[in-house]
Design a binder for this molecule. Structure first.
Ligand SMILES: NC(=O)c1ccc[n+]([C@@H]2O[C@H](COP(=O)([O-])OP(=O)(O)OC[C@H]3O[C@@H](n4cnc5c(N)ncnc54)[C@H](OP(=O)(O)O)[C@@H]3O)[C@@H](O)[C@H]2O)c1
Ligand SMILES: [Zn+2]
Ligand SMILES: [Zn+2]
Length: 352
């Protein structure tokens, strides 16, 4: 065991602060990674503030962070795919049972014995897992991804959650050329959704509550932008979408978007507000529309997404911050004021 530097929250109401956490020495199947950048996902904020207490109560201290890129520093004796000095990435999962039908299908995100990167029982050390707001991490090689060498690392980190969470449902629901696709909420997930839908050839419409994001949405390759608080603008799109990705982190009117789907259209929720959303069923019954959810993606699809990003030169638009500004970044996330993902430069933690 060794101590790693980290930032942790001590309770649902305390700010994140500097600390150390125990990490295991790499076993034969492990890769030890020096973390260079870690993205800030809105899920980190939900979890730190215990907003998902009914589903996944937070254990304190909580070290969040599941958008990790870094360099390999040590590898176990059974590792062939990585060597010291290689780039490596870790997303939302660090282990699973590897034997269930979901794991066998490469859909580890549905494994009943999944271990998430933070706030999940740690099979090796007891207690809970600690995430990427840290200078290093030790992860089983099966959950370590390869980062295409042409990508900017600060902008690549958010691909590990915001990227795969938006890529996976778009692939599942057949987003391709000729489809009309909506993306609701231009934050970390939403802006990745826009980039992927565009790269997959769709006609992309962004729905935002923030009129000041209109120009950015176009720059991010949206074909159209709708300010969702404008009922007239919304009505113009009634019954016209094949697929809508909803990436909103708070309560909102979901029926307003169901009404925009065509026959057999689908709206997938990736945003995870703590309170239930109201869903009037008639919007679904008429036109046989469907409403789904989707969690991250499996290991093979995460690697596929990273390779796709390498080929299309896709990264997140990031504001790189030192870790000492993490609490300020959380306050800004709550105000929908991020352009469009915070990425923590872990050199700032190493310098402490
Ligand atoms: N399913 C999964 O596997 C998964 C993975 C990662 C994250 N998530 C969840 O996805 C959600 C989004 O995460 P994120 O990191 O992208 O968050 P984010 O960067 O904070 O973006 C959320 C966006 O939602 C919009 N929004 C916020 N409050 C709103 C409100 N009251 N009404 C309408 N729109 C509002 C804003 O966009 P505009 O300014 O454009 O309106 C905001 O930028 C979070 O709940 C997170 O926990 C789920
Ligand atoms: Zn996330
Ligand atoms: Zn499994």
């Amino acid at each position: 065991m060794y101590n790693a530097k980290a930032y942790a929250a001590g309770s649902a109401v305390s700010p994140l602060a500097s600390t150390t956490v125990a990490r295991r020495d790499p076993t034969e199947d492990d890769v030890q990674i020096e973390i260079l950048f870690c993205g800030i996902c809105h899920s980190d904020l939900h979890q730190v503030r215990n907003q998902w207490k009914n589903i996944m109560p937070t254990v304190y201290p909580c070290v969040p962070g599941h958008e990790i890129v870094g360099r390999v520093t040590r590898v176990g004796s059974a590792i062939t795919g990585f060597k010291p000095g290689d780039l490596a990435a870790v997303g939302c999962m660090v282990d699973s049972d590897r034997t269930c039908p979901e794991c066998q299908a490469g859909l580890e995100q549905f494994c009943p014995n999944l271990t998430l990167t933070y706030n999940f029982p740690d099979k090796h050390l007891g207690g809970v897992t600690y995430g990427g707001y840290s200078d290093s991490v030790v992860v089983d090689q099966r959950f370590v991804l390869k980062v295409p060498s042409n990508l900017d690392l600060a902008g690549a980190a958010p691909l590990l959650c915001a990227g795969i969470t938006t890529y996976s449902p778009m692939r599942h629901w057949g987003v391709t050329k000729g489809k009309k696709v909506g993306v609701v909420g231009l934050g970390g997930l939403g802006h990745m959704g826009v980039k992927f839908a565009h790269a997959l050839g769709a006609h992309v419409v962004v729905f935002t509550t923030s009129p000041n994001k209109k120009e950015d949405a176009r720059r991010l390759s949206a074909d159209e932008v709708v300010v969702s608080r404008n009922a007239g603008e919304m009505r113009r799109h009634a019954g016209s979408f094949d697929f809508i990705l909803d990436a909103v982190s708070a309560d909102h009117d979901i029926d307003a978007y169901i009404q925009l789907l065509r026959r057999d259209g689908n709206i997938t929720l990736v945003g995870a507000p703590d309170k239930p959303l109201a869903v009037p069923v008639f919007g679904l019954i008429f036109r046989r529309r469907s409403l789904s959810g989707s969690p991250i993606g499996g290991v093979p699809e995460t690697q596929e997404m990273l390779n796709f990003c390498g080929e299309h030169n896709i990264t997140a638009d990031v504001e790189v911050i030192p870790i000492q500004k993490v609490n300020e970044a959380y306050d800004r996330l709550l105000k929908a004021d991020v352009k469009y993902r915070f990425s923590i430069d872990m050199a700032s933690l190493r310098a402490e």
